[in-house]
Design a protein around this ligand. Structure first.
Ligand SMILES: Nc1ncnc2c1ncn2[C@@H]1O[C@H](COP(=O)(O)OP(=O)(O)O)[C@@H](O)[C@H]1O
Ligand SMILES: [Mg+2]
Length: 457
């Protein structure tokens, strides 16, 4: 970190100059101001990491200055310098958002300890702000790529969900279709964005752990519970809890979750007290929850509560228009991330990508592009850069697609096809049996035999 900058605002020349000297010895960059008004100017111009602010200033008093500084930057770290015994005003300053206070007369060592702690806080705050900013940028709706109408409709719905803060959302779709991405994008574009987003994968933990992770426990709830612990639902206060693979959640946890959704309350394990929470639940499932309800594995009442706003993420094979835009998107992502030249797609590779069924959906596509970026230097992506299975599978899908004899989904009898083709051949040949037989690669006798069989003679 660069040298930390400290602003001292005090009207007593003696104090400012001796503090300045002392702090400069500690290798801080120190600026000073002799009045509240000047202090505010220096705060704006110098953007100090920490401000030491005398509470007793003439004209504009320290509390007023503090208030102004906090309005300029609500995360500003301000340490108040108070007169001996001035606890009352110190308390008021803390209420206005001061970080700490120190009473006159003070020694430099004590001040230094407070400054060190305050700097840690300032750095942390800055990091959190930067991370949040990055996340907000990363999870903008513009970064959900796709031109298909099914994806566009989904995004339109998700934007409304983000704006409305209607509490519960259910995202259904196969693995790799973008459920996580969507849940985060909704959170970071909602008024909850400043608060926490917590992800819990219900499959990853055994039942008892899931409950204590989600709802926390009171001291003594079980042998190991030496102290009480807050659960994730409580920690996400004001934010979003994303429950992935909700279909795997066990019935007792389902019941507790239902209560969180319906009554916005829950109890910690071993607790008697109801705790109020304001969280938005976004649940995701790659299984058909309706089936789970039918099989008695999932509570029907919870299913209906979750399903108030259902979002369906279509499989990539159902929206082939999105394949090439996604490939281009990931090419630009990985060329940036891995600091490599961008790549073009050869015509054959485009065709392979369009013919492949993408059972792993967008995740699979993303992984393949990443792999090519890591393994291949060439500026054009060629078929030999792709995993063999994909090329083979795409080729066989291609043959099927180009076959004019596609079998209908509900099946067809071979006899029906034969009869139909004989009929067509006779029509084309104008009833000339020799010509018709030739069209079908049969002898005239073989054709006549079949015509007889199908009652065409
Ligand atoms: N439409 C999309 N645009 C851009 N990236 C996407 C899109 N859909 C999915 N991804 C990316 O693909 C990967 C898998 O998506 P993910 O949200 O984890 O899927 P799921 O939770 O449904 O299994 C993630 O890296 C995600 O960012
Ligand atoms: Mg997921």
């Amino acid at each position: 970190m660069a040298r930390a900058r400290i602003l001292i605002v005090d009207d007593e020349e003696m104090i400012t100059s001796s503090l300045k000297k002392g702090l400069e010895k500690e290798d801080y960059d120190v600026i000073t101001a002799s009045s509240g008004e000047k202090g505010i100017e220096s705060f704006k111009d110098g953007s100090p990491d920490i401000t030491l602010l005398d509470i007793n200033l003439p004209i504009m008093d320290g509390l007023k200055v503090l208030d102004m500084i906090k309005k300029i930057n609500k995360d500003a770290v301000v340490i108040m310098i108070t007169a001996f015994g001035g606890v009352d005003s110190a308390v008021r300053a803390m209420k206005l958002g001061a970080y700490d206070y120190i009473e006159k007369p003070f020694d430099l060592d004590r001040l230094n300890i407070i400054i060190k702690k305050a700097l840690e806080t300032a750095t942390l705050k800055q990091e959190v702000r930067q991370l949040k900013g990055e996340q907000q940028e990363k999870y903008s709706f513009e970064n959900i790529v796709g031109e298909s109408s099914s994806l566009q409709k989904m995004i339109e719905l998700a934007r409304k969900i983000a704006e409305s803060d209607a509490t519960t959302v259910l995202i259904q779709g196969k693995s790799g279709t973008g459920k996580d991405l969507l849940a985060r994008t909704i959170h970071f574009n909602s008024k909850r964005a400043e608060k926490t987003f917590i992800e819990v994968t219900c499959t990853a933990l055994p039942e008892t752990l899931i409950e204590s992770e989600l709802f926390g426990f009171e001291k003594g709830a079980f042998t190991d519970a030496k102290t009480a612990k807050k659960g994730l639902v409580e920690l996400a206060e004001g934010g979003t809890v994303y429950l992935d693979e909700i279909g795997d959640m066990k019935p007792s946890t389902q019941a507790k979750l239902l209560r969180v959704i319906e009554e916005k309350t829950f109890k910690r394990i071993g607790g008697l007290r109801d705790i109020k929470v304001d969280v938005r639940i976004i649940a995701a499932s790659n299984k058909d929850l309706q089936d789970a309800v039918k099989n008695g594995e999932f509570r029907e009442d919870l299913y209906y509560r979750l399903k108030v706003i259902p979002v369906y993420m279509p499989a990539l094979s159902e929206r082939k228009e999105d394949i090439i835009p996604l490939v281009k998107h990931f090419i630009s992502v990985f060329s940036r991330e891995l600091k490599k030249n961008t790549k073009e797609l050869s015509t054959q590779v485009k065709e392979i990508f369009m013919n492949y069924m993408w059972p792993g959906n967008v995740r699979e596509l993303k992984n393949i592009i990443e792999r090519v970026f890591i393994l291949e230097e060439s500026d054009t992506i060629l078929p030999e850069h792709l995993p063999k299975e994909i090329v083979a599978s795409a080729a066989s899908n291609n043959e099927i697609a180009h076959s004019s004899f596609a079998i209908p989904h509900d099946g067809i009898s071979l006899e029906h096809v034969e009869k139909d083709f004989i009929h067509q051949a006779l029509q084309i040949s104008g009833g000339n049996q020799t010509k018709a037989a030739k069209l079908l690669g049969l002898s005239r006798d073989a054709l006549r035999y079949r015509m007889q069989k199908f009652g065409l003679l």
